[in-house]
Write a protein of this length. Structure first.
Lengths: 323, 643
């Protein structure tokens, strides 16, 4: 029986602010899980601290609300212990690109088959609106006393440098598009990163819904807003790196990703920037080394004999060490 | 003197000191003898002084004495640092080409040592050369054996057609073969030891055996009969020659550890490397292949948190670190405690604070292990006293972690990690107890009885049934925030009290369920007026010291504390009340002594502490204890031996 979005809803009070972009991310994720025909028990969602950290509590699936900035190492540990789990990690921009950024960089070079969603709203909402690592230099949001003195990190460019094999950006109010991105990301074999632009209606009065949808710049002819956010696929952009490509073709793709990652202002791309299908996952690398890793993973190995003693045979190692 | 011998070999780091000590230990072990040794080295890759000290006996050995019977030196610094440790009647092997070197021109020799040597040599009217050190040895009745490494290497070079410079690395084998020639151990054991140490490298085996034979013959022809210490092979059963790092790694494998994370740090990393090199093994008989994932992380926070993630998924998971890494992990301890996730942290203590003495010994992290983390959560803290205990404790730690669903900190230390010892282990007696862990079938039963699975269900015991992530038929939530029975965030005051009580009560449960023999060990007469209390790797030196005192008619008891949290206070009180308590520890403040006073009200009469980075010798512990009994000891004595 096909599952529905409602099957992934946990019936507890949701305390996000009305109008928060988090709702769009939550509902896109629930729809994606249903569309992928996953059952709640097959999915484990790890989050950090902040408004985004509460997301797993609203999803009927295994939900692990961890420490500030640390959802990725928890998620990677769980996935490597049981590669059959569908593991999703969720951070805010402060969580994932500030305090926990080193875990993000190292997740990239490992390519464990985990999907990582970063709620990107430019502010630390739960602590009342301080500037986050994605707020641009000189931007003055309402809760900060002076314009931002730091420049922003570029999540897409950083992901590329870290070796992330699936890099995308979504927009929290384009739920269907975000759901499609999540489906692709979860299907991707390897580490998939989605930067989700998400207005904070309470603290970010600059990068608002009106800003992203261009309500301040009407088309002179139609009098309709001209959205700042555009879809890469509408340009016919192909993000995929395939095994049969030449080195030059791959390099051209990488340069294009860098170029697109630098677009901002009146022209903000969303969609899949980069998708490298040629890089082996960490699990595949482990399988090569450990032989029976995937068929008998750490979490599933039977450790004891029927009598309750250890089932692990170390006699060969003891032989090597004996005198 | 037969089969009772303390050996030291030293040279520059990177020149093969460890290899020669390994060959020596293996050769003695293969000859049926018993060994205990320690490794001392700087935080340096090449060039600084390092040495290995080993005691050999016909009976099992568990500690070292400060005097050395034979010192084999590769270089002049080894002589300068250690020549005064050689006992009268003992011997020194040295390179005669170093004789005219000045002790003031050894660049790596510490100024404190240089100044001490200047005073000492000048007082004897000797000049400041290595030759004077050898002369002083002779005056003390130490046998001195010049070993012309260059001459011997030239001879080997002629036979092997290898260049002299390519053979320079072989000095270590020459030194150890010469040493074993002096004590007249049969050369066949050296050959077998070389084969073992260089296994898989046929060329190296051949070259080193050739070199060993030449050096062995050289010594036999020139010196052998003069040296009073002899080693003779004896019949003995199969034993293991293990370091502490190896014993813990083996204990983890047998204990079912299937996920080990780590960030490189001395002296913990060797354990993870050992595991990674032996990550595939047989399970449940011949056909099933088991494996352990060894995961090198970007920092220690990721090490503990990834292990916790693996624990949630249902793997037995651990991480290994030392003090500085443990400091980085701390926020993850509280999370695992709060969410009742089984995870094991092996904490190899070394000299602190900060980077401290990165390669030296200390037991300075007891109080930190007991209290690290904000807020209050249950944790189990155990400490091993020797290599054999470390093996079984490493396995048992996972049983505690899963039965009580929390963090277990296994305290060991540098001395234990880098000691080697001949021991017997029996993996077949290791039990696996996974605690209250529900399967899919169990969940079906819960549901068919009309129940709902709640990860943090209130139970009288404080233990809530656990499921692995991915178990069909249920889900659960975790949160570092206070949570309700399902795991959802909850700030209600009644829920808070119930959850705190539930978590903390697991400590009382552990205290009541864990057998006394796993918590404390008592040695000696229960009626002894004086009782030593200690923990960790001081055990061997204490046991040897009280054994010698007992031979002199002085009875001292020894209470070894293995379970530091929950501390078995009542049992400790029963043993220590009405006794004079002597606290022996490798730290400045006597951390265990203070803990015992805090938990039992019993006051410590005397403290014997050491914090110079070098483990305790049995003779300094012996003398300090004797002084306590004779009433001549200060309230707090600081031990200082060791180079």
């Amino acid at each position: 029986m096909a599952l529905k979005l409602a099957d992934f809803k946990e019936q507890i009070h949701n305390d996000w602010c009305p109008g928060c972009g988090d709702f769009g991310i939550l509902s896109a994720l629930q729809s994606a899980l249903a569309e992928l025909n996953l059952e709640p028990h097959q999915v484990a969602i790890f989050s950090g601290i902040g408004c985004s950290g509460k997301l797993p509590h609203f999803v009927k699936a295994y939900g692990i609300h961890t420490l500030h900035g640390r959802p990725l190492p928890y998620a990677l540990g769980a996935k490597l212990a049981n590669p059959n789990l569908e593991v999703i990690a969720v951070s805010g921009d402060g969580d994932g690109l500030g305090i926990g950024v080193s875990h993000f960089v190292h997740a990239g070079r490992r390519n464990v088959d985990v999907t990582y969603i970063v709620h990107d709203n430019g502010v630390y909402g739960l602590t009342k609106g301080q500037a986050s690592p994605t707020l641009k230099l000189g931007v003055k949001t309402k809760a900060i006393p002076e314009p931002n003195i730091n420049d922003a990190v570029n999540p897409i460019f950083l992901a590329l440098a870290a070796g992330v094999t699936f890099i995308a950006r979504g927009y929290a109010y384009d739920i269907k598009h975000l759901k499609d991105l999540l489906v692709k990301a979860i299907r991707h074999k390897g580490f998939a990163f989605i930067d989700v632009l998400q207005p904070c209606p309470t603290y970010n009065d600059v990068n608002t819904k009106a800003f992203y949808s261009g309500e301040d710049r009407l088309d002179p002819l139609t009098k309709k807003p001209r959205p700042r956010v555009y879809r890469l696929e509408d340009l016919g952009y192909d993000p995929v790196v395939r095994a049969d490509m030449t080195k030059e073709q791959v390099m051209a793709k990488i340069y294009k990703v860098i170029e697109l990652s630098l677009e901002w202002g009146d022209h903000i791309p969303i969609g899949v920037f980069y998708q490298n299908e040629t890089m082996p996952t960490y699990e595949q690398r482990l399988e090569q080394r450990l032989r029976a890793y995937l068929s008998n993973p750490p979490a599933n190995q039977r450790l004891n004999t029927p009598e309750g003693f250890s089932a692990t045979d170390i006699s060969e190692i003891l032989q090597e060490l004996s005198v | 003197m037969l089969n009772n011998f303390t050996y030291m070999v030293g040279g520059q780091q990177g020149s093969g000191v460890d290899t020669s000590a390994n060959i020596f230990a293996k050769a003695c072990g293969l000859a049926g003898l018993e060994i205990y040794g320690k490794r001392e080295y700087h935080s340096n890759i090449k060039g600084m002084h390092s040495y290995f000290q080993l005691k050999v006996n016909s009976q099992p050995v568990r500690s070292l004495t400060s005097k050395v019977d034979l010192l084999a030196s590769f270089d002049e610094e080894t002589l300068a640092v250690h020549y005064d440790e050689v006992s009268t009647g003992g011997g020194v092997i040295y390179d005669p080409k170093t004789l005219d070197k000045k002790i003031t021109s050894i660049p790596t020799l510490d100024k404190i040592v240089v100044n001490r040597l200047i005073k000492r040599l000048e007082a004897q009217g000797l000049n400041l050369t290595i030759e004077s050190l050898i002369e002083e040895c002779r005056r003390r009745g130490v046998h001195t054996y010049p070993l012309p490494y260059d001459e011997i290497l030239t001879e080997i070079s002629k036979k092997s057609e290898k260049k002299f410079s390519e053979l320079a690395r072989m000095i270590n084998v020459l030194a150890v073969a010469s040493s074993l020639a002096l004590v007249e151990l049969e050369i066949t054991y050296i050959e077998r030891a070389i084969k073992n140490v260089f296994r898989g490298k046929a060329k190296a085996v051949e070259e080193n055996i050739e070199g060993a034979k030449i050096a062995y013959e050289y010594v036999k022809n020139h010196y052998s009969a003069s040296f009073p210490y002899k080693l003779k092979s004896q019949p003995n059963g199969k034993r293991l020659l293990l370091t502490g790092n190896e014993a813990i790694a083996l204990g983890k494998l047998v204990g079912g550890c299937r996920f080990q994370s780590y960030y490189p740090i001395t002296p913990a990393a060797d354990e993870s490397i050992f595991l990674e090199a032996r990550a595939i093994f047989r399970l449940n008989g011949k056909d099933e292949v088991g494996s352990i994932v060894v995961f090198q992380t970007e920092d220690e926070l990721a090490a503990l948190t990834s292990a916790t993630g693996a624990g949630l998924a249902g793997a037995r998971a651990a991480t290994s670190t030392s003090g500085p890494g443990f400091s980085v992990m701390v926020e993850g301890l509280g999370w695992a405690g709060m969410n009742e996730v089984p995870v094991v942290v092996t904490l190899y203590q070394r000299g602190g604070p900060s980077t401290g003495l990165p390669t030296r010994h200390e037991q300075g992290d007891l109080r930190y292990a007991l209290h690290a983390g904000h807020g209050e959560f249950p944790r189990i803290v155990i400490a091993s006293g020797d290599i054999e205990e470390a093996f079984y404790d490493a396995a048992q730690a996972f049983n505690y972690a899963e039965k009580y669903q929390t963090v277990v900190i296994h305290l060991v230390d540098k001395a234990l990690a880098n000691s080697n010892q001949t021991v017997k282990l029996d993996p077949s007696i290791v039990r696996i107890e996974r605690g209250n862990l529900l399967s899919e079938e169990d969940i079906v039963k819960v549901k068919s009885a009309g129940g709902e699975y709640k990860r943090f269900a209130y139970t009288p015991s404080g233990i809530s049934p656990r499921v692995k992530l991915g178990t069909k038929g249920c889900v659960f939530w975790n949160s570092g925030d206070e949570h309700d029975e399902l795991g959802h965030i909850n700030e209600n005051p009644e829920n808070r009290v119930m959850m705190m009580d539930k978590r903390m009560s697991k400590l009382e449960l552990a205290d009541s369920e864990i057998p006394l023999g796993e918590k404390i060990k008592y040695f000696g007469s229960e009626d002894a007026k004086f009782k030593v209390v200690s923990w960790g790797s001081t055990k061997g030196a204490i046991l040897d010291a009280i054994h010698h005192l007992s031979e002199e008619g002085i009875e001292i008891g020894f209470l070894q504390i293995k379970m530091l949290c929950p501390l078995p206070s009542n049992d400790i009180s029963k043993i220590l009340e009405d006794s004079k308590v002597i606290d022996v520890e490798m730290n400045y403040s006597g951390q265990l002594g203070g803990l015992i006073t805090e938990k039992t009200g019993i006051k410590v009469s005397n403290y014997i502490v050491k914090y110079n980075g070098r483990p305790m010798f049995q003779d300094e512990v012996y003398q300090s204890l004797k002084d306590v009994v004779e009433g001549t000891a200060p309230k707090r004595r600081v031990l200082t031996l060791g180079a």
